[in-house]
Design a protein around this ligand. Structure first.
Ligand code: FES
Length: 155
């Protein structure tokens, strides 16, 4: 087997139970799960009789996986109870207006993706958002534009 996904799959045993881990690795590499990756993973796991359809179901079930290309930067805004009470709705509105996308969407230039999550485990620092894995505590509406601009500079 030789493909662009070979290097991702080969460290794993050809067993069904590793399928999710392999898909997560594809997601991290490509920022989405291309159709070819599903087909090649099914071929890689052929002895386990794993079908493309079950990998597709897995890719649609887990929120961490996406069949659509994600943006270069991923914003996760916490809308758990503590964050919601401390300003997430206004924060989300501001981000949506600034980027012209809704939660679960990606900007046309593929620079930004926006997600809403339930609790990031940092309730004392509400409202919290995470950009590219970096936590931003007590985010204020007035500073969101500046914060996003910092990431755009690194694009
Ligand atoms: S509710 Fe937002 S971090 Fe817990």
């Amino acid at each position: 087997m030789s493909s662009e996904f070979t290097a991702i799959f080969e460290p794993y045993p050809r067993e069904r139970r590793y399928a999710l881990a392999m898909l997560m690795d594809v997601q991290n590499r490509c920022r989405y799960i291309p159709r070819e990756a599903l087909e090649e993973l099914a071929a890689y796991l052929a002895e386990e009789k794993v079908k493309v359809s079950s990998l597709y179901a897995m890719a649609t079930f887990y929120r961490a996986l996406s069949l659509e290309p994600k943006g270069q930067h991923l914003i996760k805004v916490c809308d758990g109870t503590a964050c919601h009470l401390r300003g997430t709705p206004l924060l989300l509105d501001t981000i949506k207006r600034t980027l012209s996308i809704g939660s679960g969407e990606t900007t046309k230039d593929r620079l930004w993706s926006l997600e809403t999550v339930n609790c990031l485990g940092a309730c004392a620092l509400a409202p919290v958002m995470v950009i590219d894995g970096e936590y931003h505590p007590q985010v204020k509406v007035e500073t969101v534009g500046e914060l996003l601009a910092q990431y755009e500079k690194t694009a």
